[in-house]
Design a protein around this ligand. Structure first.
Ligand SMILES: [Zn+2]
Length: 305
């Protein structure tokens, strides 16, 4: 290997799978996207094929971001949203097939790694990120490292903001996912009597023109999100609270419309910058970080026989 190592970053979504070769500066050297192959055996076989086809001579590691609950330390998928991959030891299987180190983590954690390195949270060491799409994902960085807890910390869509509220997929009521996701925005729109094809940009335009119904819908969507973000600020004191996903920028815009709140907590809110590239960039940088960690491990950890 003559040049600095790169990594393959893989971002597995509910529909699409993206792969890119990422260098140490977080730049994309090449990219590929296709529909996710369904079924455990077929998914793994296709991923092995893609990696074999896409790995250039500099590739020294692989990072994979997955939806759902991931045990990153074990490289194990606990559950993967709509994909039936629960229990799959992906890092071990892909590592054996490719003879490369493989890291697997939650897709939102990978996006956060990218945003901290080369995106909207550049230079920030303590960041809380919410991704607003059909549901709400989350990730936390503390002192520049993702927080995993025992395994699955960062399920920020399930912070309770409205006790006794709408029933959530997780089995509880009033989670922020039930008030402030894209799905919830659609419900607020219908409940306000607006046309079901009303888009969030239509709401901003109407609210700017003085329409109180549109303003109320935006407030019903964003106010519980602020409660969740402020709870995270109370717990983690972040430099930045970042909003990504398809509706991240709209959420920041809606949050900034809310009347100011008098509380102890002050935090910077920003929209994520890297869009659909965040997942592959973060997965690649996470994999490169693993190589560096392995290279810089203290010699004392090597058993002396
Ligand atoms: Zn929930």
């Amino acid at each position: 290997m003559t040049s600095k190592p790169t990594a393959l970053g893989v971002d597995v979504g509910g529909t699409n799978l993206r792969v890119a070769e990422i260098d140490g500066a977080g730049r994309i050297r090449s990219r590929h996207a296709e529909r996710v192959t369904r079924g455990r055996e077929a998914f793994l076989a296709r991923l092995v094929d893609i990696v074999a086809a896409r790995r250039g001579p500099d590739v020294g590691a692989i990072g994979v971001g997955m939806p759902g609950r991931i045990d990153a330390a074990a490289g194990l998928i606990l559950s993967a949203g709509y994909l039936d991959l629960g229990g799959l030891p992906l890092a071990g299987l892909l590592g054996t097939a490719s003879h490369l180190p493989v890291v697997v983590d939650n897709d939102c954690t990978m996006a956060l790694i990218a945003e901290c390195a080369v995106g909207a949270a550049r230079g920030a060491a303590n960041v809380v990120m919410f991704t607003i799409g059909t549901g709400i994902g989350g990730a936390i960085a503390q002192n520049g490292r993702p927080v995993h807890g025992r395994a699955t910390a960062g399920q920020l869509g399930h912070i309770t903001v409205r006790p006794g509220g709408e029933l959530c997929n997780c089995g509880r009521r009033g989670c922020v996912e039930t008030t402030s996701s894209g799905t919830a925005l659609g419900r607020h729109i219908r409940q306000a009597g607006l046309a079901s094809d009303t888009r969030v940009d239509d709401l901003f335009a109407a609210a700017d023109a003085g329409n109180t119904v549109a303003e109320a819908v935006l407030s019903a969507w964003a106010a519980p999100m602020r409660d969740a973000a402020t709870s995270m600020a109370a717990a983690f004191d972040p430099d930045v609270v970042l909003f990504g996903g398809g509706l991240g920028a709209a959420m920041v815009r809606a949050l900034k419309r809310l009347p100011a709140e008098d509380s102890w907590y002050r935090y910077d809110i920003r929209a994520a910058e890297l869009g659909d590239d965040a997942g592959v960039i973060g997965a690649g940088l996470c994999a490169l970080g693993r190589i560096e960690d392995a290279a810089s491990a203290p010699p004392a950890l090597i058993p002396i026989l």
